[in-house]
Ligand binder design. Structure first.
Ligand code: SF4
Length: 342
């Protein structure tokens, strides 16, 4: 299996005090941990980050990554240059502190020859909870400071598309910035400010509650939208635009455990204990029948092979997302046998 254009996802904290209603990780926030780096983990992360086949390094968390900026900046410093980093955040810091964070991030990536995109959550769940909103402020920072290594984009969930459009244009207006929205597809808008373009990407709603109004993308609609975007069938792994092959999608948890994104049945190692590199991770992927099936066969084809279709259908409706579906299905004894035997 050829794999190119990997995505390395590093969850640097489980701590968060924001309290979004829909948060999937709320149970971890009070007792959770933040990542710390050991000598071996620094060596491992440097090896993983500096591999040419890596297309992007995304820093996020099962909490708010601004709660561990020290480790974020340490991770940036491990790069040998030419890398694209991304930082996914609610942007909740008071603005003076956010300026310090942006300045320091820009200083590091610029001196290393890297870039970092700051992806700000812009859905109603976050907006109602965050006192210091970073959206207009960040584009104002961009205009005033012109950081050479930073860019900005926005993210939301598909149910909030109209909210997000209205919120962003009004919030930017408060900062004296005139913006328009251009729709690019079912999962993408573009915020247009003069000659500049800022992406807005939409994820589908995971675990819709009983009272959620209809109109959100169901899991099959979400998969179809992803397939239209990349012009190929949806499999697990980091999807690249056709005709480029896909890459590995690897997540490192705050405690250092390493998984393929969405496949948490098999821990591939721990960055504090094991020597890690991409060929080793790829070998582990190929040796795991479930991961191999999910990486090589279109997901909707795999679903047709499962027994107990009524049970599977009810779980799909409840979960509404392919990655969370797999997490759920592995809890049901024997249900994934068909994939593991493939
Ligand atoms: S900011 Fe993120 S981690 Fe914190 S409660 Fe909201 S969704 Fe959860």
């Amino acid at each position: 299996m050829e794999l190119q254009g990997h995505l390395l996802y590093i969850d640097i904290t489980q701590i968060c005090g924001i309290g979004c209603a829909f948060c999937m990780y709320a149970d971890k926030h009070k007792v959770g941990m933040s990542m710390e780096l050991s000598t071996l983990s620094r060596e491992n992360l440097a090896t993983l980050i500096n591999e040419p086949a890596v297309k992007r390094i995304s820093i996020s968390g099962e909490g708010e990554p601004l709660n561990n900026t020290k480790v974020f900046h340490e991770i940036l410093n491990l790069s040998n240059g030419g890398k694209r980093f991304e930082f996914i955040t609610s942007g909740f810091f008071p603005h003076a502190k956010m300026v310090e964070f942006f300045d320091e991030t820009d200083r590091i990536v610029t001196s290393n020859g890297d870039t970092c995109n700051i992806r700000l959550s812009a859905d109603s769940h976050h907006i109602e909870k965050v006192k210091w909103r970073a959206h207009g402020f960040s584009l104002d920072y961009l205009r005033r400071h012109q950081p050479s290594g930073l860019s900005f984009s926005f993210r939301s969930i598909d149910t909030d598309r109209h909210f997000t459009r209205r919120y962003l244009t009004q919030e930017l207006q408060r900062w004296g910035i005139n913006a328009n929205i251009t729709e690019l597809g079912p999962l993408e808008d573009e915020l247009v400010v003069g000659q500049e373009r800022f992406g807005i990407d939409y994820k589908n709603l995971v675990h819709p509650t009983v009272g959620t109004p209809k109109g959100y993308l169901d899991m099959y609609g979400y998969i179809a939208a992803i397939e239209a975007k990349v012009s190929k069938r949806f499999t697990f792994g980091s999807l690249n635009q056709s005709p480029q092959v896909n890459g590995m999608d690897v997540t490192i948890k705050p405690n250092g455990d390493v998984y393929l994104y969405g496949i948490e049945t098999q821990c591939l190692g721990n960055m504090h204990l094991d020597r890690l590199d991409w060929p080793r991770l790829q070998a582990l992927l190929l040796n795991d029948p479930l991961a191999r099936a999910l990486y090589t066969q279109p997901f909707t084809d795999l679903l047709t092979q499962l027994e107990k279709p009524n049970l599977v259908h009810s779980i799909i409706t409840r979960v509404n997302n392919p990655y969370w579906l797999v997490k759920e299905l592995v809890r049901h004894d024997g249900i994934l046998q068909a994939w593991e035997a493939a």
